[in-house]
Write a protein that binds this ligand. Structure first.
Ligand SMILES: [Zn+2]
Length: 84
């Protein structure tokens, strides 16, 4: 598995992934890999990590993968309901 595949794997199977987790998983350039995935069309959101168990001393980010097909399906459903 390439580093990019490992990053995608983490994002797919977890709700959100803290940047420190990528360091623990020995993916030091996760931000660069995420930039590549975004360029391929993946919707990856960057947020501040607020997990109290991580006990960060400085601001750390976490990444979350959005599933666009679910959103499209849901809005189609809503449109059908609205138009009867
Ligand atoms: Zn964290």
């Amino acid at each position: 598995m390439t580093q990019k595949e490992r990053v995608l794997n983490e994002l797919t199977w977890r709700h959100s992934v803290c940047s420190t987790r990528f360091l623990e998983a020995h993916i030091p350039r996760a931000a660069a890999r995420i930039a590549e995935l975004r360029a391929e069309g993946y919707l990856i959101v960057t947020e501040t990590c607020n997990d109290p168990y991580h006990n960060h001393k400085t601001r750390q980010v976490q990444y979350r993968l959005q599933q666009p097909e679910q959103t499209v399906f849901f809005s189609d459903d809503v449109i059908k309901v609205v138009h009867g």
